[in-house]
Write a protein that binds this ligand. Sequence first.
Ligand code: 2AM
Length: 208
Amino acid sequence: MHARRPGDEGMRAFIGIGLPPECRRAITDAVSPFRSRRLPVAWTPEPNLHVTLKFLGEIPQERVEEIASRLQDAGQGIPPFDLLVEGAGGFPSLRSPRVLWIGIREPLELVGELQENMENALSGAGFPREERPFHPHITVGRARGRIPPAWGEEYSRVLSGQRFGTVGVSSFQLYESRLSPRGAAYAVLRDIPLPREPERTEREEKGK
Ligand code: 2AM
């Protein structure tokens, strides 16, 4: 371990799917009655609402290109898709939630495939695989203390039937997360387009 030196440029990074303003606004509006109850929850600021695909942690600046190129490979064969944002819940349980989330309903298989490709592409570059099963979600709050047991269940019940948007996803993003006493601020380092003509379809066409 060594302290960071000047010029030793590094950053905290993760990969995710950004959400358009209308979807983020719909989520904020739906969650706002819960926010006003002053529970020990750190609520995600509206601009930061996203779906995390993989957390990378600290990376050196000079690895950004290599990581972006591996991510582009991971996206091959994944066509652009519509993300259905719906439902709500808590991890690890609704009776004692540490993370409050808004859900992704579709297309779970495709998003899972993208995430799996990414784990494969990045494990070859020294990023350990996520051991926990992948449950795509949008974190809207993190518990900072004890939440009354009935509260998480109410959160889920009230929001579970609600739809927060159908989001056209034609790219995903490598983000930098800058931490400060005012919270995290995310910046897109690279926007990675999903291929319009996925290789899979081309292969399937040729195989016909
Ligand atoms: P989550 O909110 O979807 O759980 C950016 O910091 C994102 O990376 C967060 O939104 C969080 O995803 C995820 N993240 C942050 N710290 C992490 C860690 N130590 N391990 C795994 N994921 C982390």
